[in-house]
Design a protein around this ligand. Structure first.
Ligand code: PEP
Length: 254
C-alpha cells in the first residue's frame, strides 16, 4: 500500500526557537497513525539535527531537507551534499521545488543529477513538478509535466521508481491562496500515474505517492486528500501553524 504523506515545507522561515516550539505543538496531537502514513518536516538546513532530535522516537515523523547539491562533493561553496545528509541520518530531500527552478535556474537535467546523487547516498527524493499559469491557460499542462518527469526521472531503474515520491505543485497555486479544484488535481495526478505506468508498468505506478501542493490548508485538505490519486500534500504556509498542520495530518487517507 503506497504511503500517504503530509510534508511541511517551512522554506526560509522561523527562528530555531520558533521551529522547536512548532514541533513540540505538533507532537502533542494524537494522530492515530496507520502504518502507511508519514509526516515529513522539510526544515532549513541548520535546523535539521535539532528537529531530528525533537522527533526522535516518533516513527511517523521524519525530517527532510529542502534541497541538495547536484554534485557529490568538492569546491561548491554554500552547497550541501546528499552524502552529508546521509551522514546526518537525513533520509529525504525535496528536489526541484518551483522556487529552486525559478530563482536558482534549476532545470530538468540538473534535477536528474540531484536525483542520481540522492539515490547514490540513500536519500529519498521528494520530486516536485508543476506548470506555470501561462501553460495552464493554454491547456498544455499535461505535456509540460510529462516532460519534467521524462527528463528528470525516466532514467531511473524500476527499483528506484518503486515507492517514489512526487509532489505535483501547480505554480499558480503556490502561496497564492488559489488551490487547484478537486477535478484539476485528480486529473493531473491520474495523468502522472498513467505516464509512469506506461514507462514502468502498473505495479510501480501504483506504488508511487503523488502529493498535491498549492495552498493546502486545514479547510481543504480532507477533500483534496480523499481523491483517488492524491496521496497527501506538500504544504508551505499552513505548515508554519501547528493547529493548521495537525489538521492537515489528520486529513490523510487511512
Ligand atoms: C510549497 O511551498 O510547496 C507550497 C505548496 O506552498 P503553499 O502551501 O504556501 O502554497
Amino acid at each position: 500500500m503506497r504511503k500517504q504523506i503530509a510534508a511541511a515545507n517551512w522554506k526560509m522561515n522561523l527562528s530555531l526557537q520558533e521551529s522547536e516550539a512548532l514541533v513540540s505543538d505538533l507532537l502533542k496531537t494524537d494522530y492515530s497513525f496507520t502504518n502507511n502514513q508519514l509526516v515529513l518536516l522539510a526544515v532549513p538546513f541548520p535546523y535539521l539535527l535539532n528537529i531530528q532530535q525533537k522527533i526522535s522516537g516518533d516513527n511517523h515523523f521524519s525530517v527532510c531537507s529542502q534541497n541538495c547539491a547536484a554534485t557529490e562533493n568538492g569546491a561548491y561553496t554554500g552547497e550541501v551534499s546528499t552524502q552529508m545528509l546521509n551522514g546526518m541520518g537525513i533520509g529525504y530531500s525535496i528536489i526541484g521545488h518551483s522556487e529552486r527552478r525559478l530563482y536558482y535556474q534549476e532545470d530538468n537535467s540538473t534535477l536528474a543529477n540531484k536525483i542520481n546523487v540522492s539515490f547514490k547516498y540513500g536519500v529519498q527524493p521528494v520530486f516536485c513538478c508543476g506548470e506555470p499559469l501561462e501553460v495552464r491557460e493554454k491547456n498544455a499542462q499535461n505535456d509540460f509535466v510529462q516532460l519534467q518527469l521524462e527528463e528528470s526521472l525516466f532514467h531511473l531503474t524500476e527499483v528506484q521508481m518503486t515507492n517514489f515520491i512526487i509532489a505535483y505543485e501547480p505554480i499558480w497555486a503556490i502561496g497564492t491562496g488559489r488551490t487547484a479544484t478537486s477535478d484539476q488535481a485528480q486529473h493531473m495526478h491520474a495523468h502522472i500515474r498513467a505516464v509512469i505506468e506506461k514507462k514502468y508498468g502498473n505495479d510501480i505506478a501504483t506504488s508511487v505517492s503523488i502529493l498535491y501542493g498549492g495552498s493546502v490548508k486545514a479547510s481543504n485538505a480532507k477533500e483534496l486528500f480523499s481523491l483517488p490519486d492524491v496521496d497527501g500534500g506538500l504544504v508551505g504556509g499552513a505548515s508554519l501553524i501547528a493547529s493548521e498542520f495537525s489538521e492537515i495530518i489528520k486529513s490523510l487517507k487511512k
